[in-house]
Design a protein around this ligand. Structure first.
Ligand code: BGC
Length: 341
């Protein structure tokens, strides 16, 4: 059984209170706030039993309210990129804010990471709910969303549910930046990674998938067996990983990725019902942000494993659909499982 306690994290400019929830088991301690459903702290044990905070973030609420790289947040209504911020549903064209080169990313200018959610303590965790108005950030339909975090032993599970009154794209993920050596460590080169995917999605120069599925076999995207990130990334022609890996579309929860930090013994396994996972090696961090405890976060100082639908799926009929229709329920679950080896 996890213990759950709460306090006040801060106050928004409009006077609203942001609460912080502490979820603790014998092996994991995490802190999650009602603004953006952000995981602000996540401590796990190393092989000697010492707890360290392994996610990047800020000490204060104000930093989370400003533009930042989505540290720890729930991202939506549609995570990842939509080409040129345009899509068509039921014959009607929709235009979203352009906030990433020529494209729209992570829900727009004020996505789910920048709104206040309503919290409710439940067994082993906390549930946050939010109603996104029809037309919010350009998306159709009123969308009711529930994000539930539960902690059982070493497993932190996130469940996402949503219902709409008009057909809309929905793609929700958590955007935590991990460094299993401890947040503030210089890089992730001493991490070993595997991703259980036979295909990945190549992208154009604006990072929109070209539409083909590329077999990983014989490429640097073949992570089916564990690789040492440092030497592997040195071989990569790109600045790092920032790609969607295609998972089986069975809707059954499957283990899709595993990261092992040998020096500390920390292991993170990710299990999900989602059809894709964006593996991002924090290529765009540049050390300019002031992180927790005065930490700086340079390029490659963290990794994200964002389980989700495929980028630009709303414009690519050959990709698994991310459309949610009235009367249906969006229901996806991802577990982050922490252990030591
Ligand atoms: C994207 C990156 C982006 C980061 C922060 C990731 O999901 O794949 O390209 O820089 O989010 O926005």
């Amino acid at each position: 059984m996890a213990s759950i306690t709460r306090d006040v994290f801060g106050t928004l400019p409009d006077g609203a209170t942001v609460e912080r929830f502490y979820l603790q088991s014998e092996s994991v301690r995490t802190e999650i706030i009602s603004f953006g459903c952000i995981i602000t702290r996540l401590e796990t044990k190393d092989r000697h039993g010492n707890f360290t905070d392994i996610v990047l973030g800020f000490d204060d609420l104000e930093s989370y309210t400003k533009k930042h790289p989505y540290f720890g947040a729930v991202v939506g209504r549609v995570a990842n990129r939509i080409a040129k911020g345009k899509f068509t549903v039921n014959g009607k064209d929709y235009h979203l804010p352009i906030n990433n080169g020529p494209n729209s990313i992570h829900g727009g200018l004020k996505g789910f990471d920048k709104v206040l959610w309503t919290p409710e303590v439940i067994e082993n965790g906390v549930q946050f709910s939010y109603t996104s108005a029809d037309g919010e950030e350009g998306y159709p339909g009123e969308l009711r969303v529930w994000v539930t975090y539960t902690l059982v032993g070493g497993d932190l599970t996130v469940n996402y549910k949503a219902q709409t009154n008009k057909t809309t794209p929905v793609n929700l993920t958590n955007h935590s930046y991990f460094n299993l050596a401890g947040q503030g460590s210089e890089n992730i080169y001493d991490h070993e990674v595997s991703i259980n995917a036979q295909h990945y999605l190549p992208v154009d120069d604006t990072m929109i998938p070209t539409g083909e599925l590329c077999p990983v076999e014989g490429t640097n995207f073949d992570l089916r067996n564990p690789v040492d990130l440092g030497s592997w990334m040195a071989e990569l022609k790109e600045i790092g990983f920032d790609h969607n890996f295609c998972l089986s579309e069975s809707q059954k929860k499957q283990t899709c990725a595993r990261v092992h930090h040998k020096p500390s013994g920390r292991v993170l396994s990710v299990c999900t019902t989602q059809p894709g996972i964006q593996f991002y090696t924090a290529n765009f961090l540049d050390g300019s942000l002031k992180g927790k405890g005065g930490a700086v976060y340079p390029k490659h100082s963290a990794f994200c494993l964002e389980t989700q639908g495929w980028p630009d799926a709303v414009n690519k009929p050959q990709f698994p659909s991310i459309l949610l229709h009235p009367g249906e329920e969006y229901n996806q679950t991802t577990s982050f499982q922490f252990s030591v080896k």
